[in-house]
Ligand binder design. Structure first.
Ligand SMILES: Cc1cc2nc3c(=O)[nH]c(=O)nc-3n(C[C@H](O)[C@H](O)[C@H](O)COP(=O)(O)O)c2cc1C
Length: 336
């Protein structure tokens, strides 16, 4: 049987497949179920910066004050009330979960500023989390905020959290940087231990009859792996932090693709929400079977084998390939 062992942000994992942040981890039982279903590690649902503020201030007050990121957070998770878990309960859940399971439990903080949650990162470490994932869920909707300022926001948060804790710190990235490579390099220099590609930003729809912006959250499809796949393939071997893939893992094939691009860990949520946590076991078994069927001895052997550095034609990830595709494109309707 193939050796699936993986190392992700300093954590030794039995294999590379991790349950990413989602409401699945809101209850203690779910950690055990995920471990039984053979998850290599679990990322907890995020605690929001706003939830820390809720401790002191009422919801109404915050809304009136127009805290910039607050409406975004609310619309990201429409049933906000059901998602509202106080900071104390979150810490308690970390404590109980880390006692209940042997797999690493990675906590997740979701915020946009440096204030308020850095102290909390320390408490998360004390509660026993094996690592901390930062989700800087920031939509730069102000026309005054420059790209450089957005980058600085990420860097400031990473530096502050890294200075506060000794557990490994990952950052879940937006795909919308002008220069992803340079951003990854800067985050590398800021000391981050892992880059999680990519944050799947909430995109509103319109209800035309009621003229309302509809806050709903669509699950991913396997077709969505291509953007993270592209960037993992480009970044592999060029930056020090581990690379984790998140988005679109619905079968073992997406896992293999992400590993070949260069991912150290591959995360999944939509598939588990769709099919239940036991689907994790099928994904991992499927990965193992695929490796055996292709006579591959280990995950280490395939990791990065299709990265930009390793493929025969590195321009396959660039503009040149786009031009090639266009040149050979045949429209089935026009070119009969
Ligand atoms: C219902 C739901 C809740 C989520 N909650 C969080 C969260 O609390 N924090 C976070 O960083 N990501 C959250 N995510 C994003 C997932 O962790 C994941 O990155 C994203 O869904 C893409 O992966 P997938 O295609 O496997 O679903 C959530 C996703 C869904 C669908």
């Amino acid at each position: 049987m193939a050796d699936l062992r993986s190392r992700y942000m300093g954590l030794e994992l039995a294999h590379p497949v991790i349950a990413s942040a989602s409401p699945l981890t809101r209850e203690l039982d779910a950690f055990k179920s995920l471990e039984d279903a053979n998850a290599a590690a679990v990322v907890m649902f995020s605690l929001f910066e706003e939830q820390l503020r809720w401790e002191q201030e009422s919801l109404e007050h915050l809304t009136e004050a127009g805290a910039q990121s607050f409406p975004e957070a609310l619309s990201y998770f429409p049933p906000a009330a059901s998602y509202r878990v106080g900071p104390d309960r979150y810490l308690d859940l970390i404590r109980r979960a880390t006692e209940a399971v042997d797999i690493p439990v990675i906590a997740s903080l979701n915020g946009t500023s440096r204030e308020g949650w850095i102290e909390y990162a320390r408490q998360i470490q004390q509660a026993g989390a094996a690592g901390l994932e930062l989700n800087v869920y920031h939509i730069p909707s102000s026309l005054e905020e420059s790209g450089r300022a957005v980058e600085q926001r990420y860097l400031d948060i990473v530096r502050a959290v890294k200075a506060a804790v000794t557990i490994p710190v990952a950052i879940k990235l937006s795909p919308f940087f002008s220069a992803m490579g340079d951003m990854a390099r800067q985050l590398d220099q800021a000391g981050v231990d892992a880059l999680v590609l990519f944050n799947r930003f909430y995109q509103p729809d319109f209800d035309l009859e009621n003229r309302q912006v509809v806050p709903d959250l669509e699950l991913s499809t396997a077709r969505e792996i291509r953007l993270p796949l592209l960037w993992i393939a480009i970044l592999h071997g060029k930056v020090r932090p581990s690379l984790a893939a998140t988005t679109g893992v619905h079968s073992p094939l997406e896992i293999v693709k992400y590993l070949m691009a260069g991912a150290d860990a591959v995360m999944t949520t939509s598939a588990l929400l769709q099919h239940g946590v036991t689907f994790m076991a099928r994904l991992v078994a499927g990965l193992s079977e695929w490796m055996d069927a292709h006579h591959l001895a280990s995950v280490a052997q395939i990791r990065g084998s299709m990265s930009q550095q390793r493929v025969a034609d590195p321009t396959a990830f660039q503009r040149a390939n786009y031009i090639r595709v266009l040149q050979s494109y045949r429209n089935p309707y026009l070119d009969r």
